[in-house]
Design a protein around this ligand. Sequence first.
Ligand code: HEC
Length: 218
Amino acid sequence: MKAVNRMLVVAAAASLALAGAAQAVDPGAPLQIAQANNPRAAKNPCAAKNPCAAKNPCAAKNPCAAGAKVDPKLVTRPKGTKLANAPRAELLKEGERLWKDTKLSTNGLACQTCHINNLAFNPTFGKPYPHPVAMAKDRAGLKQINTDEMVQFCLIVPMLAKTLPWDSRELAALTAYTSEVQKTFKPGSAATANPCAAKNPCAAKNPCAAKNPCAPKK
Ligand code: HEC
């Protein structure tokens, strides 16, 4: 019996070690550690000073991490262009579909992945546009940004995709839908206060997991 017991202890220890190893490569784990160390983390895990960037083993491929500068021209509406015109109801319907469409990105993300239940937004989202947005200032040096420009920004930065044509129906639709989402946004609500909760883009559904060299092999 003694030997069996010892076997069980060894097996338990081994599975604990395995669990530990799994945690070490879980992109969510470093975030939690970083969060504990850094109270700012709770506010916005994806801001430029992203605490999960520094400690996150997949930081290099993490679209939320501080990274290369973005050419402000890419996310600034060119003079003389305007949003495509269509009945608002149609734009909203199409916008809602696009909001959930992972095909808009190159990394498997949809707007919804990060922004479900108004997650990942800073209190600035509660203000009328144009207004300053931390990520746009840090990455593109923009003092303020508009709704459509913010859509473009999230397309090229966290979603690693291309911007949409400025007069495209898709951009008009996403912009319309974003304004609708904005109406439901209350700065300081539970969801916004903690974007590190379950749906945190840097946690379990880490956008860099797919390309993450340290992700558990399937
Ligand atoms: C990987 C996560 C991620 C994805 C995917 C993503 N975003 Fe964002 N988005 C963020 C983060 C982080 C912020 C907060 C930036 C800040 O406040 O500095 C943000 C901010 C915004 C803002 C608000 C800025 C403000 O305060 O006014 C809008 C609007 C927005 N995103 C729209 C979109 C749209 C539309 C899509 C899809 C095309 C999208 N986002 C996809 C992470 C993401």
